[in-house]
Design a protein around this ligand. Structure first.
Ligand SMILES: Cc1ncc(COP(=O)(O)O)c(C=O)c1O
Length: 403
């Protein structure tokens, strides 16, 4: 954390966060699990570079900003306890996850060991690999409180000898936090590669790849990290780089064409990148990472989770609203089903009243929402810059809508 901010009280920090964030004065933004509000410094980094591209030329502007672009990789790496050489900047978390999966040469009957709560697009990728490559998808059962049962995971690692363990740390559709660190330790002990989707975790809870012991970690910029849309990143461990892992379809950014029939991979994680990318968005991602690094991480996590806990209690007190979150550890995502109402309609009605939330339907999380008996859910995801009053405002608005 920045020295200058280390003595700041939570109240002082809140005032600063809100004045750093123009959107705070305009809307009650409780959709940080969708896309958070960018601080002004992030927007400025992006627009300034677009301005330079228009005047100097896109390639020339990128050359001129080479040190700032390099600093963006370092900042992203610092957020997750890695080094810049381990970071590939890609289009999204989904892109990052797919690139990591593509580094494994799956053969028929190879097992991907995962969970029931993995993100929809990840589940679709596993199923696609099952259909195309004959992979077997094994989902570790949940424990009694929700979240994967670690004992079952350990047994499955032993019995199935999976080619890969893939886990979504915080699923998009509930407040659950999976025991991702413990799963990392099990994978390490079993010698099985570990791919972690940390899309909802980065910027929300402390992330350290050394503690996670993961081979790969996929994330996006726009959620709790507060970066722009359209960009994400993949962490590739030194072990994966040393093994010679690379994506199925490598690009000229990732390798050198050494002779008509040979190529040589670049040394670092950029072997997972493609040549074309938006320098403006990379700078925006870098600014978001630098902004995150300047905050008191413990305060950030504590505040976001306390606001979600407030929402969980307050919303569930409204007639017809049922809380859906289960798990030993819960996070800054609170989910509800509302009797007789389609959540998307409520989201639109709240939006008209200046309140941003989001909704999902059963198809977004088939296993979880089926067992919870919910066709649709309303998702409230505060961040540290939200206030207790904003949670109350949203709850009152919902109360009125349902009256
Ligand atoms: C847990 C999780 N993983 C992955 C993704 C996909 O992220 P992106 O849209 O950046 O590909 C999301 C998006 O909501 C998510 O919540």
């Amino acid at each position: 954390m920045n020295e200058a901010k280390s003595n700041e009280s939570e109240r002082e920090a809140l005032i600063r966060w809100r004045s750093d964030t123009p959107g705070c004065g305009i809307r009650v933004h409780l959709n940080n699990a969708g896309a958070s509000l960018m601080p002004a410094v992030v927007k400025d980094a992006i627009t300034a570079h677009l301005g330079r591209e228009a005047i100097e030329g896109g390639y020339e502007a990128a050359d001129a900003q080479a040190p700032a672009l390099a600093a963006a990789y370092t900042a992203v790496a610092d957020v997750i306890g890695a080094a810049a050489r381990n970071i590939a900047v890609v289009r999204s978390a989904t892109d990052a996850f797919a690139l990591a999966l593509s580094a494994f040469d799956f053969a028929p009957d190879d097992v991907i060991l995962t969970s029931s709560d993995d993100y929809i697009s990840n589940q679709l990728m596993y199923l696609s690999l099952a259909a195309r490559r004959g992979v077997r998808v094994v989902r570790a059962p949940d424990g009694p409180m929700g979240g994967v049962d670690l004992r079952a995971m350990e047994e499955l690692l032993d019995r199935e000898r999976p080619k890969l363990v893939a886990l979504t740390w915080i699923p998009t559709n509930s407040g659950l936090v999976q025991p991702a660190t413990a799963v990392g330790a099990l994978c390490k002990a079993a010698g099985v590669p570990y791919l972690l989707d940390a899309c909802q975790a980065v910027g929300q809870i402390p992330v350290n790849v050394r503690e996670m012991q993961c081979d790969y970690l996929a994330s996006t910029a726009r959620k709790f990290l507060r970066g722009p849309r359209g960009i994400g990143f993949l962490y590739v461990s030194d072990a994966a780089l040393a093994r010679g892992d690379y994506p199925l379809l490598v690009d000229m950014r990732g390798a050198e064409w050494t002779a008509p029939d040979t190529f040589a991979l670049v040394e670092d994680a950029r072997r997972f990148e493609t040549w074309e990318s938006s320098s403006a968005l990379v700078l925006g991602l870098g600014a978001a990472a630098q902004y995150a690094l300047m905050q008191d991480a413990a305060m950030v996590t504590r505040r976001a989770q306390a606001l979600a806990a407030q929402a969980r209690t307050r919303f569930a007190s409204i007639r017809g609203v049922r809380g859906l979150d289960r798990g030993e550890q819960l996070c800054a995502i609170a989910t509800f089903t509302v009797e007789g109402r389609i959540a998307r309609d409520l989201v639109l009605a709240l939006r008209e009243r200046g309140i941003n939330t989001s909704s999902q339907s059963r198809g977004d999380a088939v296993i979880d929402l089926t067992r919870k008996g919910a066709e649709t859910l309303l998702r409230v995801s505060p961040h540290y810059f939200n206030t207790e009053d904003e949670i109350e405002t949203a709850a009152r608005a919902l109360e009125k809508l349902l009256a």
